[in-house]
Design a protein around this ligand. Structure first.
Ligand code: UGA
Length: 405
């Protein structure tokens, strides 16, 4: 099939690559010229494991362009443009603009909405554009997006045009994943409910971590392990830490909060999850404040990790960056180390190796779960494990989220 993908961010680029690998002819439309040039040159402007190889291996079925006219004769166009929140509310401008641009060159195409949009959006696009609109939310995680897209847990397809639903179902048939065909609104809601549930699960375990810190003999890691054996609970997303970040959970939980309030049915439990999350970084700041004497400007904290999680270069919504800012605001001097982050926070000193960063710091906070941090070796300096990836027995002065003492 000939397929268009509009918006080559993390989701769009992986979707384009995997659909090309599945044998489709794919046209990726990206309006940012710098990003487009990077895709054309074979060096994707984002780091996602396996993406570069995916593009390289499927060159013959992949075209990148900034011109919507390339979509004139495609059957299906996936929209994977950003849906940022502004003051907590979703901004759908990019989705509508992209839909209009597709309509201008090809009104017969099936529009498939990959972007996360509040329930009712697909219907609005359909009414405004008079095009067939199918909702097909994305469930991949950054860092494993290529494999997640090749083999998802499920494929959710929403819409009212049965022929269009079948076309989209055929596109994903190679994944062999269970398919839920439903209304646009249900599909849109599945996405928000899933992300909000996972975010709530994280906030829940973070609250249990707070409790564990006060009870001699308690460790949240072991508690989570014990809970995870129960198939109804499952071991996933029970990792306590400095809170969830990224471009999805913070945005989607607050969009759901605003949306649900607007329709008069607030999702109280999600609001609590948001509040719990907003307090995570302050706990680390308080811990450091209690360990050092004022003025804090006389002490240097080494923050390990700047991205929103390990194995990515993405710093959007990063709790580690929030931590850096909070520590700076009380006066601490900050050293940072991250293997891949593209940005370095202002008024911090960035190091090329974790060893140098550790040597030059009075205390170290592991703020991101990069695998290479596990080999950190430090004696006689306070190490705070905010992601629970270190072995406590290897350190003399050690504190960790969810661990008593
Ligand atoms: C998330 C969802 O997991 C995907 O299913 C979804 O498709 C995606 O959002 C999206 O909406 O596009 P992602 O943001 O890439 O994926 O990353 P996650 O692995 O879910 O991590 C999100 C945040 O939660 C990170 O800051 C991570 O460190 C944190 N986290 C995750 C925890 O603190 N504890 C956990 O147990 C798991």
């Amino acid at each position: 099939m000939k397929i268009g993908v509009v918006g080559l961010g993390y989701i769009g680029s992986v979707t384009a690559g995997v659909l090309a690998e599945a044998g489709n002819e794919v046209i990726g439309v990206e309006i940012d010229q710098k990003r487009l040039d990077a895709f054309k040159s074979g060096e994707p402007p984002i780091y996602e494991p396996g993406l570069k190889e995916l593009f390289g291996n499927n060159k013959s079925r992949l075209v990148f362009s900034s011109d919507y006219k390339e979509l004139t004769d495609v059957e299906v166009v996936f929209l994977a443009v950003p849906t940022p929140t502004e003051n907590g509310k979703i901004n759908l401008d990019y989705v509508f603009q992209a839909a209009e641009s597709v309509k201008a060159v090809n009104g017969r195409a099936i529009l498939v909405i990959k972007s996360t949009v509040v329930p009712g959006t697909a219907k609005k696009i359909n009414a405004k554009m008079d095009m067939i609109v199918v909702s097909n939310p994305e469930f991949t995680k950054e860092g494993t997006a290529v494999d997640d897209t090749r083999a998802p847990d499920r494929v959710v397809i929403g819409g009212s045009d049965q022929k269009a639903l079948s076309s989209v179902e055929r596109i994903w048939a190679f994944t062999k994943a269970p398919v839920l065909k439903t209304t646009n609104e249900n599909a849109e809601m599945v996405k928000y409910a899933s992300n909000s549930f996972l975010a709530t699960k994280i906030s829940f375990i973070n609250e249990i971590a707070n409790l564990c810190e006060k009870i001699p003999g308690c460790d949240v890691e072991t508690v989570a392990k014990g809970m995870g054996f129960d198939k109804r609970i499952s071991p996933y997303f029970l990792k306590a830490g400095i809170g969830y970040g990224g471009s999805c959970f913070p945005k989607d939980t607050s969009a759901l909060q605003a949306f649900s309030r607007e329709i008069g049915s607030p999702v109280t439990i999600v609001e609590a999850a948001i509040e719990v999350n907003s307090e995570r970084t302050q706990r680390i700041v308080d811990l450091l404040k209690s360990e050092f004497k004022e003025p804090f400007s006389g002490h240097t904290v080494g923050v390990f990790g700047l991205t929103f999680k390990g194995d990515t270069d993405d710093t959007r919504g990063s709790q580690a960056l929030k931590l850096v800012e909070a520590l700076k605001s009380v006066g601490f001097k900050i050293n940072v180390y991250d293997p891949m982050a593209k940005i370095t926070p202002e008024r911090t000193k960035r190091y090329k190796t974790k060893e140098e960063c550790a040597d030059d710091s009075d205390a170290i906070v592991v703020a991101t779960d990069w695998g290479e941090f596990k080999t950190l070796s430090v004696k006689d300096k306070l190490v705070i494990d905010a992601k629970r990836i270190l072995d406590p027995t290897k350190f003399n002065k050690f504190k960790a989220i969810g661990l008593y003492g």
